[in-house]
Design a binder for this molecule. Structure first.
Ligand SMILES: Nc1ncnc2c1ncn2[C@@H]1O[C@H](COP(=O)(O)OP(=O)(O)O)[C@@H](O)[C@H]1O
Ligand SMILES: [Mg+2]
Length: 360
């Protein structure tokens, strides 16, 4: 079943805190939308409003064709009446039930045959690598194991909408990677419309079809992971996405295709912008050379940080410090002179006052 989620002008306040501020978003059928942003930006509140666990102050929410919330019409359906399948918001397992019962409980509501139920429980436990834990009680498992069981419970239920709030947060790095793989497979196979909350940009980039980046209750940009990475709509998004971080250099437009950074210029695509700007360029988009080159700008290698697959080089020139990323092991040594090249097609330009992208 294909389900669209439509949120219109949604606002939710807690006292004077505006947790969600006039948010409008359409989640097309089959989308894996991730709400991404720093702690406190309103991700959980937005998800809880969609699920019906939180009552908004203003706006409308549709799940499919069904109006599930409307401030104006005085409609606010309970979570169970929103055709969401299972709302995966609370990971708490029933403490008095073992793993098998915890999973079966959700499936009994669906009135499945015993065989089908057992098959689904077996499959979903295998998917979270918890086969053999059927008889354990929650208190006999670690936090991470309990989280995996909660995830298995959701998988077994096979809802047509998945709502997930940081489901991988308690897991160790290895298992988190495995679970990303499995959740992405699950979405690929089921095609269920998914809204996923995380503050982890790698999780967002790797799993999502779309990312909505939030700041202070407002969606700053909603786009594909590729667009969010290569054409961040605001300085906030540019700075939030990417590790190592994007290089942001304040400068001013000194010609129709040049930005003056102070001690050097960078080329930009022809545009009408004037005045103070900020140049954004990703560390992997700067090319580095140990030899002087015509259009290269001389820097010094302040620090060279190899990490196996890639090397991060911190380059300095006067007050300007740039992060450069080279694949593999770099031949650059600390304190040597280097020449950096900037390519205009890799550069994003932001209006300094508004922080908004002016190319792209
Ligand atoms: N039940 C609540 N009572 C009061 N303030 C809340 C409540 N829930 C969330 N908030 C506030 O709303 C803002 C958004 O919170 P939340 O949606 O949990 O953010 P996130 O999930 O992005 O970390 C924060 O300032 C938070 O302190
Ligand atoms: Mg949260």
């Amino acid at each position: 079943m294909e389900t669209t989620i439509t949120v219109k002008n949604l606002t939710k306040k807690f006292g004077t805190v505006v947790a969600v501020n006039n948010v409008s978003v359409t989640v097309e059928p089959g989308t894996f939308l991730t709400l991404l942003g720093p702690s406190g930006c309103g991700k959980t509140t937005l998800l809880r409003c969609i699920s019906g666990l939180e009552d908004p102050d203003e706006g409308e929410i549709y799940i499919g064709d069904k109006l599930v919330y409307s401030h104006v019409k005085g409609i606010s359906l309970a979570p169970g009446k929103r055709d969401l399948g299972l709302v995966f918001q609370n990971y708490a397992l029933w403490p008095h039930m073992n793993v098998y019962k915890n999973l079966a409980f959700a499936l009994e509501i669906q009135k499945l045959s015993k065989d089908e139920m057992n098959r689904r429980i077996k499959e979903s436990l295998a998917e979270v690598q918890m086969t053999g834990y059927e008889d354990r009680y929650p208190r006999e498992m670690s936090g991470g194991q309990q989280q995996r069981i909660a995830l298995a419970r959701m998988l077994a239920y096979r809802p047509h909408v998945f709502l997930m709030d940081e489901p991988l947060s308690n897991l160790d790095a290895r298992l988190r990677m495995d679970m990303r793989t499995e959740l992405k497979r699950l979405h690929h196979v089921s095609g269920a419309t998914t809204v996923y909350v995380t503050h982890d940009q790698v999780e967002a980039m790797t799993m999502s079809t779309n990312i909505a980046i939030m700041k202070e209750g407002v969606i700053q940009q909603m786009d594909t992971p590729d667009r969010v990475y290569h054409f961040p709509a605001t300085l906030f998004v540019a700075d939030f996405i990417g590790n190592p971080k994007v290089n942001l250099m304040p400068g001013w437009v000194s010609g129709k295709d040049t930005v003056d950074i102070g001690k050097f210029n960078v080329p930009v695509s022809t545009l009408n912008q004037t005045g103070d700007v900020v140049v954004g360029i990703r560390p992997e988009d700067i090319s580095i050379s140990a030899k002087q080159e015509d259009d290269g700008v001389e820097f010094t290698a302040y620090s060279v940080l190899p990490s196996g697959a890639e090397t991060t080089i911190i380059a300095r020139k006067g007050d300007t410090e740039l992060t450069v990323r080279e694949m593999g092991v770099s031949k650059i040594k600390m304190d040597q002179k280097i020449w950096l090249k900037f390519h205009k097609e890799d550069i994003n330009l932001y209006d300094k006052a508004s922080g908004n992208l002016v190319n792209g």
